[in-house]
Design a protein around this ligand. Structure first.
Ligand code: UDP
Length: 237
């Protein structure tokens, strides 16, 4: 299966369905970036981050902002929620009890998240678990390498998790590594995912903002600015 990408503000995004994306990354290994407008805007100001996204083995459009941006440019691509993709990866790797590593979130959150996942998926083989508030990257990277993980889930927020994964993937060339933001918080039960109606209406961001109003500052003016930039790209102004 070949990658089929579309360009959005200088970044190549994969147009796979969720099933195709799973098959592709399981076969090819490497870094999965679940991209959203905030990350694109941040990468436009940070060359190193931009390079990491460009070198990722898979870039999936996460969120309605990216879906909208692509629609403005004339491409209809279904978004893939990062948390759902990560959950599907866990299931796939657990079918053969392949070792999975968890890095990120507060200590009690990661512990609870792993506990809950194990209840749902008893064949889950946790080879490593580390909260996200460590100082010594080198220690964690070394431990990760020794764990022999085949799937590495990293929840440090963006772009921290993408930078961390970029280093980790060199030590674990056979692994799939994905940055998953606040997913451990959801799996732990500490934060609830938006009800299905919000998901269906593509307004999960609204639910998260209502629950956590400080997110408002992160979304605005990022989202309108992002749309303006996409319109500029489309009309060349
Ligand atoms: N986090 C972490 N270490 C840090 C900063 C953040 O482990 O130094 C965790 C935080 O506890 C949370 C996740 O990273 O579980 C980031 O969540 P956020 O909702 O900010 O992610 P995003 O909105 O980027 O998906």
């Amino acid at each position: 299966m070949e990658r089929n990408t579309v360009k959005l503000l200088g970044f190549n995004l994969d147009t796979f369905t969720i099933d195709e994306a799973l098959e592709y990354i399981i076969k090819h290994h490497g870094q999965v970036v679940t991209i959203n407008p905030e990350m694109i805007q941040s990468a436009q100001k940070n060359d190193e981050f931009a390079q990491i996204i460009k070198n990722a083995e898979l870039v999936i459009p996460d969120g309605v902002g990216v879906e909208l941006g692509l629609m403005i440019l004339g491409t209809r691509v279904r978004r893939i929620a990062g948390i759902e993709f990560a959950r599907r990866l866990i299931d796939r790797f657990s079918e053969n009890s392949e070792p999975i590593a968890f890095v990120g979130a507060k200590p009690e959150i990661i512990q609870k998240a792993v506990e809950n996942l194990k209840k749902e998926t008893p064949s889950l083989n946790v080879c490593y678990s580390q909260d996200g508030y460590f100082k010594d990257d080198e220690r964690v990277l070394e431990e990760l390498r020794n764990s022999g993980a085949k799937l590495v889930l990293v929840a440090l927020g963006s772009p921290k998790q993408e930078f961390f994964i970029e280093k980790a993937k060199r030590l674990l060339p056979e692994a799939v590594l994905i940055g998953i933001g606040g997913s451990f918080d959801v799996w732990s039960g500490a934060v609830s995912r938006a009800p299905v109606i919000y998901q269906k209406l593509c307004i999960e961001w609204l639910y998260r903002t209502l629950k956590e109003p400080k997110r408002f500052k992160r979304i605005f003016p990022t989202l309108p600015m992002f749309v303006i930039k996409v319109l500029q790209e489309k009309f060349g102004v």
